[in-house]
Write a protein that binds this ligand. Structure first.
Ligand code: SF4
Length: 512
């Protein structure tokens, strides 16, 4: 046996052992009906051509490696940002296992969520009984202060009505009459996790705000949006707001939920916006979203309630942070503290220090609409060129917004925007119009390997690197971390390309 108690191998090395190589070769020969090696190589070469790219871009019937997740995943993430809240997903159990594992593998933390476990009978007769039993079990077993209900495809296809189901569950005594159960319909066959985030936040606000009298104050609500870097980002945001002396409520804060300490106690719930603060946020002067495409319905709702609203595109780098800080200062009626001016100056200085390595670098950026907008803006700020900007969940309106951003700088001149395209499309783009660097999540790993383009992992989900999400990207301090992350990849490539002694190592030194 390749593995024993004395010699425990990780899966990365285990499957390189002869026994496994033989088994995989047998499987290939007997079960996979393989084409010849030559035919595979010829087809592989064809996928790198312009002719294949055109066919690939014309593809409509199927998505391959889309850079997005489904709506309920966004709703589960949203719910994790409220005090002692358990996500209850009405639908099939496997879907919820997927959301939990996705969040867990990214944050390296437990991610709790329950399901109404609908199966064949519920799919035919409706899932009311599953909701009645499920809410009772969740309330009794997990001791939440709030249960946030969303839906999977299955419940949406059969048209289960959450409001009446939850009312029925109350009548049947599953939960106390006054217990907080906000809900959002999150049909997974339209939109993406950013829409699921939006409707769940709106659902929570409606639950606490509808029918309440508003008595305005000077506080500002901030909605961070779906953010795999919430642990680092939300803490940085709070530091900036405290420094500015702003009175605020973060509406949805999962930074503690996804960063619990190892001290012997399991915390099913940690931190989050308190339910009292969420209810009182109705009285705020304004609601500001850090991610426009994650909060359109939420902001419309806040505006209906009489609040001022503003939205940003995930403020990374100098210009975007400037706009955020100035807007918040104006809304709150405070001055921008000198400490922030200093931080800004240091970020500008750091970008200038590294100009020789940043200027003219070309990038392909993929991810959520706000993230792609943010990174493209930051890249242009550093003198780089965002050649391909791709959001599977981007819309026509996003495309137009991106075009406006790109035409605002000479560095955006050659850029192309790809709304609705996936990472298999991106592979074709990179073979035909290569770039220096790829920015996105872990799912770009194969595109990176196939095309030889170094991958900078900056957004959800990141499975194959650890702890990046604990450090901020937003704000001036976050900008430094972002800059360092990009530069590390540039320098690693420079070293790799120059490591043959006596041949390519002219610049492989430490004394330039
Ligand atoms: S797309 Fe539908 S079936 Fe797939 S995980 Fe999402 S809700 Fe479940």
């Amino acid at each position: 046996m390749p593995q024993s108690a004395e010699r425990v191998l990780d899966h990365a090395t285990l499957f390189r052992e002869p026994e496994y190589r033989e088994m995989l070769a047998r499987k290939r020969d007997t079960m996979e009906c393989p084409a010849s090696t030559e035919a595979v190589a010829a087809q592989s070469d064809h996928t790198k051509t312009w002719a294949y790219r055109e066919k690939n871009l014309a593809r409509e019937a199927v998505s391959i490696n889309p850079a997005k997740a489904c709506q309920p995943l966004g709703a589960v993430f949203a719910a994790a940002g409220f005090e002692k809240t358990m996500s209850f997903v009405h639908g099939s159990q496997g879907c919820v296992a997927y959301y939990r594992s996705h969040l867990s593998r990214h944050f390296k933390e437990p991610a709790s969520a329950v399901s109404s476990s609908m199966t064949e009978d519920a799919a035919v007769f409706g899932g009311l009984n599953n909701m009645i039993d499920g809410l009772a079990n969740t309330y009794a077993l997990y001791g939440p202060k709030m249960i946030a209900v969303s839906t999977t495809c299955m419940a949406e296809v059969i048209g289960d009505d959450l409001q009446s189901f939850i009312e029925n569950a109350r009548v049947k005594g599953s939960i106390p009459q006054a217990f907080d159960v906000p809900y959002a319909h999150t049909p997974a066959f339209v939109g993406s996790h950013v829409d699921g985030y939006d409707v769940m936040i709106k659902g929570v606000l409606e639950h606490f705000w509808d029918g309440q009298e508003r008595s305005p104050n000077d506080k500002i609500n901030i909605v961070p949006g779906f953010d795999g870097f919430c642990v680092g980002n939300n803490r940085e945001l709070k530091r900036i707001l405290d420094l500015m002396g702003v009175s605020y409520t973060l509406i949805q804060d999962a930074s503690d939920q996804f960063d619990t300490p190892s001290d012997g106690s399991f915390r099913m719930y940690a931190g989050g916006t308190t339910l009292a603060d969420t209810a009182a946020a109705l009285n705020a002067k304004a609601t500001v979203s850090l991610q426009h495409w994650c909060s359109r319905k939420t902001l419309d709702y806040a505006a209906e309630k009489g609040q001022e609203t503003a939205s940003f595109h995930y403020p990374l780098g100098v210009g975007a942070t400037d706009e955020l800080v100035m807007k918040i200062a104006a809304l709150a009626g405070v001055d921008i503290p000198a400490a922030l001016d200093l931080e800004r100056g240091r970020l500008v200085d750091a970008i200038a220090d590294s100009q020789a390595y940043l200027h003219g670098k070309t990038y392909a950026i993929y991810g959520d609409p706000d993230f792609v907008h943010a990174v493209a803006r930051f890249v242009m700020e550093t003198g780089g060129e965002p050649t391909h900007c791709l959001a599977t969940n981007g819309t026509k309106a996003w495309e137009e917004e991106m075009q406006a951003l790109l035409s605002s700088s000479p560095f955006g001149k050659g850029a192309k925007v790809w709304a609705g395209k996936d990472l298999w499309h991106l592979r074709s783009l990179l073979f035909t119009e290569p770039v220096d660097l790829l920015v996105g999540n872990s799912y770009g790993k194969y595109v990176s390997r196939d095309t030889g383009t170094p991958l900078i992992r900056l957004t959800f989900p990141i499975f194959d690197r650890h702890h990046h999400h604990r450090f901020p990207l937003i704000g001036y301090q976050g900008g430094l971390n972002l800059l360092r992350t990009v530069l590390d990849v540039i320098f690693d490539k420079l070293d790799r390309d120059g490591d043959v002694a006596g041949e390519t190592d002219i610049s492989f030194d430490l004394t330039r």
